[in-house]
Ligand binder design. Structure first.
Ligand code: BGC
Length: 616
């Protein structure tokens, strides 16, 4: 049979048929290679083809030097060229965390983090943002995105609360589906398979947003408290609160799911055969492949061999090793040869991986769509991000019609560390894993946006609100305060109060203005009770990303406020974590602002909204 006549090379045949044919031609070593996912700096280039490696990834911030779109495109292309030299010509999947735009790439548009999109309540917007993200991702040759996060986040002290759409199961399900659709389909149609689509990876299965404080055993530079901990709920609660977003994701075409670092029932999810194989693959009929999280299988056991056996037998299909891939590969080979991992399990895993590779058209389009390079950071995407920011703003307080501010104000004072800082407004997962304050990527800061919105005004800025001695009273002042960037367990925080520095900025401005507007740049609700009286208006802008103009569109009235809280807002830390089964609407124990709260035009509250599904 000629090469061309080999059925797996025929794009006219169904993906399953092609996968079965290809699988029948593979050695055990090649199968083990396909199940291996390696961090890109750890791979020896010749091994990509020699071991038939299934995937490579840029870990968070895993950028080339220099960090430019062109360098990304060249890097990914080179890896793929190596892969295509393997005996059977199997392309690799290259993965990245494009969780709010393809924001590891310097110059890409950073959209609001998922919490802001949760506030927008707008699936159609989420789909368009995901589509634009896919365009900026395939532009550098990447066809695999570790998004969306389908965590139902029940404790805002969690450092990943901002990566979630919110605390409500129905909201997470609805917006998660919209994101998957946007990433995997072009032009609204079922065109998964074109070079402009990326494989979505809903994560982290399951219960990652429900872990209990103090149950995490992870230490990475600091002790994690919630992240990677244990979800201490019964099965009925797990199924009612945390599982439904995955049911919807699978119904809507999810073909890859990432497993959570967390545990349930005293067992690491990565070793949880019941949840991975019986529930997800069996009961829910998930036919795609399961990818592990970063080095997570090594948490199963101190003994590498036992960890590999437990993970693969539990149902893991591809393992994000990420560094010492030979260690994993050898253990997997040995385990299969000895029968500790049945060959049928390996065949099932590889069949799943290959079927997805065929289904997304990777064999036909292994290089993404380099013609789209100019779309990275383009005006249309910045416009879309600005719209998303505008629609994510939640107005919590607006005394005496303080907002919108008149665009023709003569003098505006601005303070706060977050006012003129792209890095802070982008948050974590931007260029670096943890994000970073400063001009880390091009964009419009909120201060710049204020200046652009009111070109005639004198705008005086100082991060701490220190104004000149002779500074007069301004009709309006804007304090932009909140959280510094963080990611994962590094953001697990027992105290969600403002820093002393931010508090001082608010107090300083208060002395010098008629009306004080406070804008919060934050991944989650913060404790505002102690200083709320100082503010005439309070706007939550979440982590808006690169387009600060979206914030000023709200402040100066170019667009109405329509966002609603995706998280219940506490009065004090002792309310956290909320007992969602008993949350009084008023009186002691009631939240400061309920889930779904937001003021609209004027001071009227938007129509009441409650949780879409009962929160247990
Ligand atoms: C995170 C995942 C992410 C992976 C790859 C892990 O630390 O938990 O969400 O996709 O790293 O960067």
């Amino acid at each position: 049979m000629s090469r061309e006549a080999e059925p797996y090379r025929d794009p006219g045949l169904p993906a399953e048929v092609r996968a079965a044919d290809l699988l029948s031609r593979m050695t055990l070593a090649e199968k083990a290679g396909q199940m291996t996912l390696v961090e890109k700096n750890s791979i020896a280039l010749p091994d990509i083809a020699a071991l038939c490696i299934g995937g490579l990834l840029s870990g968070a911030g895993g950028s080339p030097r220099p960090n430019t779109p062109a360098a990304w495109a060249a890097m990914v292309r080179e890896f793929q060229e190596h892969a295509l030299r393997n005996r059977l010509g199997i392309p690799l999947l290259y993965g990245t965390d494009a969780v709010h735009g393809n924001a590891n790439v310097r110059g890409a548009v950073a959209y609001p983090h998922q919490v802001g999109l949760g506030a927008s309540r707008d699936p159609e917007l989420v789909e368009r943002v995901a589509r634009a993200t896919a365009e900026e991702t395939v532009a550098v040759g990447i066809r695999w995105n570790y998004a969306p996060v389908l965590a139902v986040a029940r404790d805002i002290r969690w450092g990943r609360a901002y990566e979630a759409y919110g605390e409500d199961t129905a909201l997470v399900s609805r917006l998660g589906v919209a994101c998957i659709r946007g990433l995997q389909h072009e032009g609204g149609g079922p065109r998964f398979g074109s070079a402009a689509t990326v494989l979505a990876t809903p994560k982290h299965f399951v219960g990652d947003g429900g872990t209990a404080w103090g149950t995490s055993k992870t230490f990475i530079g600091q002790q994690y408290m919630l992240d990677q901990g244990e979800t201490l709920v019964d099965e009925a609660t797990l199924r009612a609160v945390y599982l439904p977003p995955y049911v919807e994701a699978i119904r809507n075409g999810a073909l890859c799911i990432m497993v959570s670092f967390s545990s349930w029932g005293g067992l690491k999810m990565h070793a949880h055969r019941y949840l991975l194989s019986d529930v997800l693959k069996g009961e829910l009929g998930f036919r795609g492949f399961l990818v592990s999280d970063w080095g997570a299988i090594w948490q199963i056991s101190d003994d590498d061999y036992r960890a590999v056996v437990a993970a693969i037998n539990a149902g893991l299909d591809m393992v994000m090793v990420p560094y010492d891939y030979r260690r994993f590969y050898r253990s997997l080979m040995r385990a299969t040869e000895s029968g500790d991992v049945p060959l049928e399990r390996v065949d099932d895993a590889v069949r799943r991986i290959l079927t997805v590779k065929f289904e997304i058209g990777l064999f036909e389009e292994p290089f993404g769509d380099g013609a789209r390079l100019a779309q990275i950071g383009c005006a249309a995407h910045r416009q879309l991000a600005r719209e998303a920011v505008r629609k994510s703003l939640v107005l919590l307080k607006n005394e005496a019609g303080t907002l919108p501010l008149a665009p023709d104000l003569p003098l505006i004072y601005v303070a706060g560390r977050a006012a003129d800082d792209i890095g802070i407004q982008c948050g974590g997962w931007t260029v670096e894993w943890q994000g970073q304050p400063g001009p880390i990527t091009p964009g419009t800061s909120i201060l710049q946006a204020i200046r652009e919105s009111c070109p005639q005004a004198t705008v005086l800025f100082d991060p701490l609100g220190r104004l000149p001695e002779d500074a007069g009273r301004a009709p309006a002042a804007i304090a932009v305060v909140g959280e510094l960037p963080y990611a994962e367990g590094h953001g697990d925080r027992a105290d969600l109060s403002l820093s002393a520095e931010d508090r001082a900025a608010i107090e300083a401005l208060r002395q010098h203005c008629e009306r004080l507007v406070v804008v919060l740049i934050t991944g989650r609700p913060l404790i505002v009770t102690d200083w709320l009286d100082l503010a005439d208006a309070l706007v939550v802008a979440w982590l808006p990303g690169t387009e600060g103009r979206g914030v000023t569109d709200g402040l100066f009235g170019a667009a109405p406020f329509t966002g609603r809280l995706p998280y219940t807002w506490p009065r004090s830390m002792d309310q956290i974590p909320f007992d969602f089964g008993y949350l009084p609407a008023s009186g002691p124990g009631s939240p400061l602002y309920p889930y779904g709260y937001g003021l609209g035009a004027g001071e009227a509250s938007l129509p009441e909204e409650t949780h879409g599904l009962r929160l247990l």
